[in-house]
Design a protein around this ligand. Structure first.
Ligand SMILES: [Zn+2]
Ligand SMILES: [Zn+2]
Length: 270
């Protein structure tokens, strides 16, 4: 059975990822307006009506701004961990009790035919998580909004059929850019966002496993350029002796348009 995956939008202006087994469809975060998400979904011939759940990684506004609206308009269950609910609850408006679901970080749960594992990530939110999805023979991992890839995170995402990994900023661009000092320190810090270099080095450590398809995520508008992110990550892999394209395929997600739509079937990703 194949899984379809698409990053409808990724970056600090709004995050929303779509994943579907055909039987079950999920959104990971909904950080754009309900209308915009509906419109983006239409471009991949999907509809919020078919969404079985919205999973929330953390309470930052670029991940939750459309969560309440979509849940109310299309009667969609929301899943978040208790601490995220505590902070998010006041920001997304009233949602019906039956659509208010909790999961516990690091504890697996199922939504129909998808097994979902959340794992803690290093980021300055209430209880931020990454997700790993298992369905049949495929493992799909999402790791955005993390200041560093800890050995535990590395363990969680290792051997994914498909991995979405943050590649937020270029260290030099951030350093010389216009952001105020405290913001630069936050982004570059252990609880902030992953740099292109850190993403490349993490992928180098993961290479040799079964991850053949990687989508770079959450690129900064101010402190990165898509071609620079791609080139930095690729050159780290090439210098590490990895044949990019054959051993590991690297692609980009975007703030202002959808990513490629992936079809994932075990180790085959196309
Ligand atoms: Zn974010
Ligand atoms: Zn965040």
């Amino acid at each position: 059975m194949t899984i379809r995956f698409c990053a409808l939008s990724s970056g600090s202006s709004g995050n929303c990822l779509f994943l579907s087994t055909g039987k079950t469809s999920l959104l990971v975060d909904a950080g754009l307006s309900g209308k915009k998400i509906e419109q983006l979904m239409r471009t991949i011939e999907a509809s919020p009506r078919s969404i079985d759940a919205i999973l929330v990684t953390h309470d930052h506004i670029d991940h939750i701004s459309g969560v309440g609206v979509l849940s109310r308009r299309f009667d969609i269950p929301i899943y978040a961990n208790p601490l995220t609910w505590q902070v998010m609850g006041g920001k997304i408006g009233d949602v019906s009790l039956k659509n208010t679901n909790q999961f516990y970080t690091s504890k697996e749960f199922y939504i129909a035919d998808i097994c979902i594992r959340s794992y803690p990530i290093s980021h300055d939110a209430a209880d931020p998580v990454g997700f790993t999805f298992y369905s049949r023979n495929s493992k799909i991992s999402i790791a955005n909004d993390l200041g560093c890839v800890t050995p535990d995170v590395e363990q969680e995402i290792r051997d994914s059929s498909f991995l979405m990994l943050e590649s937020n900023h270029d260290t030099e661009m951030l350093k010389v850019g216009s952001y105020p000092w405290h913001l630069k320190r936050r982004i570059a810090g252990e609880m902030g966002h992953l740099s292109n270099e850190d993403a490349g080095n993490a992928l180098l450590r993961l290479a040799g496993g079964s991850t053949k398809a990687v989508l770079l995520g959450h690129l900064s508008k101010e402190n990165n350029y898509p071609p620079l992110a791609l080139e930095t990550v690729k050159s780290i892999l090439v210098q590490g002796g990895i044949e990019v394209g054959r051993e590991m395929n690297i692609d980009l997600s975007f703030r202002d348009k959808i990513s490629r739509v992936y079809t994932i079937n075990g180790q085959e990703v196309y």
